[in-house]
Design a protein around this ligand. Sequence first.
Ligand code: NAD
Length: 432
Amino acid sequence: MKIGIIGTGYVGLPTGVGLAELGNEVFCIDNDVSKIETLQSGKPTIFEDGLDEMLLSNIRSGRLKFTTSMREGVENADVVILAVGTPPHPITKEADMCYIHAAAEELAPYLQGYTVIATKSTVPVGTGDEVEKIIRSRNPRADFDVVSLPEFLREGFAVHDFFNPDRIVIGANSAKATNLLKELYKPFEGKTEILFVRRRSSETIKYASNAFLAMKIHYINEMANFCEKAGADIYEVAKGMGLDNRIGGRFLNPGPGYGGSCFPKDTNAMAYMGRQYGVELTLIEAAIRGNDARKTEMANRVLEVIKTIPDAKVAVLGLAFKNGTDDCRESPAMQIVAELLKHNVQLKVYDIKAMENAAKILGNKVEYATSITDAVDGADVLVILTEWPEFKKINLEEVKELMNTPNIVDLRNLLSSEEAKKLGFSYQCIGQ
Ligand code: NAD
């Protein structure tokens, strides 16, 4: 099949590479010229495990092309996938639909023959109807259907998740569109559940799923707070809870709060939709408020440690919103850093993959370390904010030698509290 993907970011790129690997002819379209030039030269624009080789091999085979031309990517396509951003509106926090609307306007004139327009971006319920109207008004003779095709990939595992999804959800209101997408997803038949639902149900599934996962994280964080006061251990509690199949063991890791480009924005967008429809979504609203406050609470733990140290220097390990990615969007680490900067704390920061993205946001407000040891050299507190496996392996004896004062605030519970305490660190973690 010929596939056009509009938007070549964290979703569009792995999806394009994956669909090409399955044998389709894929055009990844983006209006960011430098992004497209980089990709045309075979270099990935995001960090994702396994993406580099697959990108190169599919470019070489001629199945994968990158273009800024809507005409080239959309003309004669069987399926056009919308994978542009739907960021939060700065005031209302509803999903900002300007990129979706613009993409629908721009693609409409180039449709030829029957085409399925599949919305992979996370979009408010009813967007399928809107996209349909925009395309119809721009190109009244076009033969097309709009379907909802929500994306569930996890950043850091995008390539793995493309080939091994937990489920594929297709929200189509027409049999013709359903049949075409059945054909596209044939390689997954028998391997994963392919769920066909109404378009509006599919749009809702994405938000309902992300809001649920965000609430699960917030729940375990609240339980961690409880354990700290009650003398319990959150890991023992989480293990005991997770063994119940109705609860499940995943997403029960306490931390500094949920973040990333999806959970904060999608919970806010879902809450906004609830208010629009006059439906009380009290659990989601509470999770949003609690999770926002958590970042300040976490920063306060660091401020508490340094309050008696004049000119304290803080080493920050981790800036990405989680390990395995260079993405800093809505990263709890970045928000905690921002909170500490409000208090004029001197910070030296280090991340395994996200230094470049973080520097775009933090500019010259912090010092940038070149390694873990460079970060902790002369520091009074070591704060761990992202769960990179590399940080788990740090040599605490060496770190103690390098630090000015041996304090650790481990907001990802990566280190061994026993070892840290044995070596004479003052060590704080979460939920224990
Ligand atoms: P992104 O910002 O990384 O990528 C979006 C891309 O779209 C950018 O490269 C931008 O230049 C391009 N673009 C915008 N308007 C365009 C236009 N008119 N024509 C061509 N290109 C255009 O965003 P993302 O993280 O890939 O997210 C995309 C959507 O997928 C969002 O709705 C998001 O909520 C959803 N989603 C994201 C993830 C994730 O893990 N990042 C997971 C599931 C769903």
